[in-house]
Each structure stands twice: as structure tokens, then as C-alpha cells.
Design a protein. Structure first.
Length: 282
């Protein structure tokens, strides 16, 4: 693989900072990630942000079918040339924002789910994780490369400063496994921090399901939207879009101390809160 800076130069391109573009330099790093993730020959994979193809090539060689999504139109030609040079014909390139992609339309009929991969820019990491959670009926697992800060937040436990909305939403429906650490020097341009690759395996048996997941998500988002306040003040009626008497009903029946802060509540307690609120609304 040609060094990313040189490859971009051949097409009169340069990394776009506003898109958070940091390209993997060493092909062996991408190969290691795919190998450790255990991509099987019968898997269908959706790659988010294919870039210059560092992950695309080993993914295509390992999986049955690969959909490579790239938002930057300028990179589509580079990516197509790279795939031709490597004689790879099993990849379907999709020029799109990932949030405009319907994963259900890409899922193979015979097994019903796919694997999602991505080297994610920091500025959309959280949104992509929430997107994957919301579409998990079509996604078996997600293997994402994050800046270390985001990886810490996903795996954080209640009571820690890293514990937040992302921690609760991921741990509500999945198991998290660390795949690899990737140093900042492995990227061009070099970011200021190291990255980490984690696997998020969606599991319907992980814990009690919320009676209304949309409401559960709204409660968690509101709770951490004002995390320095007590959970009672954070979950004000306007914050979760319900009447004041409904919120009062929730606090009377949920059995949770409303003077606590959001970061002290477990995932199960957030489910209790949202389920109680749902019943009070009904």
C-alpha cells in the first residue's frame, strides 16, 4: 500500500480536517485488526468511512461481501483504483453519509445480520455508536476504532467520571471487548492521542429490556445532559417532554433516590426509571 500522504498527492488531495480524516499508515495494522476481530468467510460487512482502503482490503479478503461507505466524494475514485489494483471485486462502494444508509436493505436474506467496521472520526463517534444500537436488529456486532477517550467512556462503570450516556446505551444491549491498541504514529496525519479498537457484540439476553426503548434513550440523554445536577433536576418535565404530574408519579413509584446524580445510576436503574415513567404516562 502506498503511504497515504503520497497516495493523496497523486490525486492532488490532502486530508480534510473538518471530516476528521486520519488514515492508517501500516497495512499490517489493519490486517491485525481484521484477524483479531475474527472476520469469517461467510460474513457480510459494512465498513463506515472506507477512506483510502486500509481496512477495506483485508476486510474484502476475509468476508463474503463488503459494503464500503465513504462520505468524501474525492476519495471514491482513489478507493476504486486501489481495489482494482488489488484485484478485489467483492466490494460495493457506497457514496453516502452513514446516517443515510439503511442497513436493513443490505442485510443478506439467509442470515439476517451483518458486521459493522469503522475507523471513526472523533466528532461523529458517539452518533455512530447510537446509530448502530438503534439498528442492532440488522447488526450482529460492531468493531470500531475510537480515540482512547471514547473507548474509556464506553467501558466505564457507574461512579466514574467517564461514565455517561454512551456507557449506559452500549452496556444496556451489548458486551464490549477490547481488540487492540493503535498508537497515534500509526496514522497520517498523526492525531494527538492514541486509539483503541473495541468490539461491541449486541446481545438481547444481556439484561432486562426497557418497555419503551425510545423513552429509555430519552431519559438517559436527559439525565447526562445536566450531569452536575441531581437526577431529579436533570429529569425535569421539559427535558423529557412529559407533564410535571407524570414525573412526580415516576419518583413516587420508582424506588430510586432522586437526590443522586446520573453517573451513580446503574444501567438497570435507568431501565427502572424509564419503565416507571412509561407506566405513569400510560
Amino acid at each position: 500500500m502506498v503511504f497515504p500522504g503520497r497516495l493523496l498527492g497523486l490525486f492532488n488531495l490532502s486530508p480534510k480536517k473538518h471530516m476528521g480524516q486520519n488514515f492508517l499508515v501500516d497495512p499490517s495494522t489493519a490486517e491485525m485488526i481484521v484477524r483479531r476481530a475474527g472476520v469469517a468467510f461467510d460474513e457480510t460487512v459494512l465498513e463506515i468511512g472506507a477512506g483510502l482502503g486500509a481496512l477495506t482490503i483485508p476486510l474484502a479478503r476475509a468476508a463474503k461481501k463488503l459494503y464500503a461507505v465513504e462520505k468524501d466524494r474525492d476519495l471514491m475514485g482513489v478507493l476504486a483504483d486501489t481495489l482494482r489494483e488489488n484485484r478485489i471485486g467483492t466490494v460495493e462502494l457506497i457514496h453516502s453519509n452513514i446516517f443515510d444508509v439503511d442497513p436493513y436493505a443490505l442485510v443478506p436474506a439467509e442470515d439476517g445480520k451483518m458486521t459493522v467496521f469503522g475507523n471513526l472520526p472523533y466528532n461523529i463517534s458517539s452518533q455512530v455508536v447510537i446509530w448502530a444500537i438503534e439498528n442492532r436488529q440488522a447488526i450482529d456486532r460492531a468493531v470500531f476504532m475510537f480515540q482512547k477517550e471514547v473507548a474509556r467512556r464506553i467501558a466505564a462503570s457507574p461512579g466514574s467520571s467517564d461514565y455517561g450516556r454512551l456507557s449506559v446505551m452500549v452496556q444496556y444491549c451489548s458486551r464490549v471487548k477490547r481488540i487492540a491498541a493503535v498508537g497515534a504514529r500509526q496514522f497520517y496525519p498523526r492525531p494527538k492521542v492514541d486509539s483503541e479498537v473495541i468490539e461491541i457484540v449486541f446481545d438481547p439476553a444481556i439484561g432486562p429490556a426497557a418497555e419503551n426503548e425510545a423513552l429509555f434513550g430519552a431519559v438517559v440523554k436527559a439525565a447526562f445532559g445536566r450531569r452536575r445536577k441531581t437526577i431529579k433536576n436533570a429529569l425535569a418535565p421539559k427535558a423529557i417532554g412529559v407533564d410535571g404530574h407524570v414525573v412526580e408519579c415516576m419518583w413516587r413509584h420508582c424506588g430510586i433516590d432522586s437526590s443522586r446524580r446520573a453517573e451513580t445510576l446503574t444501567v438497570r436503574e435507568f431501565v427502572v426509571l424509564s419503565d416507571t415513567l412509561f407506566r405513569c404516562i400510560g
